[in-house]
Design a protein around this ligand. Structure first.
Ligand code: DX5
Ligand code: ZN
Length: 227
C-alpha cells in the first residue's frame, strides 16, 4: 500500500532495562513505527510485557505504536492496549474465536485493526473480514521468539493476500527473520511494512541507523522492480 517500505523495529530485541531510551534511539535511527510484541506464555511459549510498559514508553516518541498481540483470550484486553497508546492493534486469527467481533472492537476503540496469521494458517480465514482491516501481519516465523529463521513458503502467501486485498487500503506486514537478504523477497511479493528485531538491534545502538537503512534499501529496490 505504501510506496516506500515502512520499517518497524521490534523492541523485543532491545535492552529492556533501558526501553525508553532504546525507543528514542531507534526512532532517531530511522524507524517508521515501533513494533510491540506482547506475549502471554499461553498462546505463545514466551512472556513479554503488557499495557503498563507500553504506557510508560508512549511519551518517548510520536511514531506509530504497532502492537502485535500474541495473547488468548484477547478481547477483554483490547481496551487496556488502546488506553496505553497503541495506534494499531493486531490480533491473531488463531487466538480469537470471533475474529469479526475482535476487529470491530479495535476500531470502536479508535485504533487501526490488524490480523496476524501464523505461517501454517491459510489466508482464506480473513476473506470475509477484509473490510474491517487496516493491516494484515503475515508471520514468517512461528511466533514467540526473536532471532528465528525466515520461513520462505510464506512468500507465496504474501502474493495471494496481496491479490485478495485488491484496491483496499490495507498494509501487508511481515514479521520474523527479516534481514536485507529476505526483505526483497517479501517486498517484491507485495509487503509494505517490515518488522525487524534482531536485524536492527543486534549491532548495538551505533549500528541501528545502518541496519535500518540496509533493510530499507533492499526492500525499496524490490518494491520498485515489482511495481
Ligand atoms: C515473534 C515476534 C517478532 C520478532 C521478530 O513472535 O512477533 O516481532 O520479534 O524478531 P526477528 O526480527 O529477530 O525475527
Ligand atoms: Zn511481532
Amino acid at each position: 500500500m505504501s510506496e516506500k517500505t515502512i520499517i518497524a523495529p521490534s523492541v523485543l530485541s532491545a535492552d529492556f532495562s533501558r526501553l525508553g531510551e532504546e525507543v528514542e534511539t531507534v526512532c532517531r535511527a530511522g524507524a517508521d513505527w515501533i513494533h510491540l510484541d506482547v506475549m502471554d506464555g499461553h498462546f505463545v511459549p514466551n512472556i513479554t510485557f503488557g499495557p503498563p510498559v507500553i504506557k510508560a514508553i508512549r511519551n518517548r516518541t510520536e511514531k506509530v505504536f504497532d502492537c502485535h498481540l500474541m495473547i488468548a483470550p484477547v478481547d477483554s484486553f483490547l481496551g487496556a492496549f488502546a488506553d496505553a497508546g497503541c495506534d494499531i492493534i493486531t490480533v491473531h486469527a488463531e487466538a480469537t474465536t470471533h475474529l469479526d467481533r475482535s476487529l470491530q472492537a479495535i476500531r470502536d476503540l479508535g485504533c487501526k485493526a490488524g490480523v496476524s496469521l501464523n505461517p501454517s494458517t491459510r489466508e482464506n480465514v480473513i476473506e470475509y473480514v477484509l473490510d474491517r482491516l487496516d493491516l494484515i501481519l503475515l508471520m514468517t516465523v512461528n511466533p514467540g521468539f526473536g532471532g528465528q529463521a525466515f520461513i520462505p513458503s510464506v512468500v507465496e502467501k504474501v502474493r495471494r493476500v496481496k491479490s485478495m486485498i485488491g484496491s483496499r487500503p490495507i498494509h501487508i506486514e511481515i514479521d520474523g527473520g527479516v534481514t536485507p537478504e529476505t526483505a526483497p523477497l517479501v517486498a517484491a511479493a507485495g509487503a509494505d511494512v517490515l518488522v525487524a528485531g534482531s536485524a536492527v538491534f543486534k549491532g548495538g545502538s551505533e549500528a541501528y541507523a545502518k541496519s535500518i537503512a540496509a533493510i530499507r534499501a533492499a526492500s525499496d529496490g524490490a518494491m520498485k522492480k515489482a511495481a
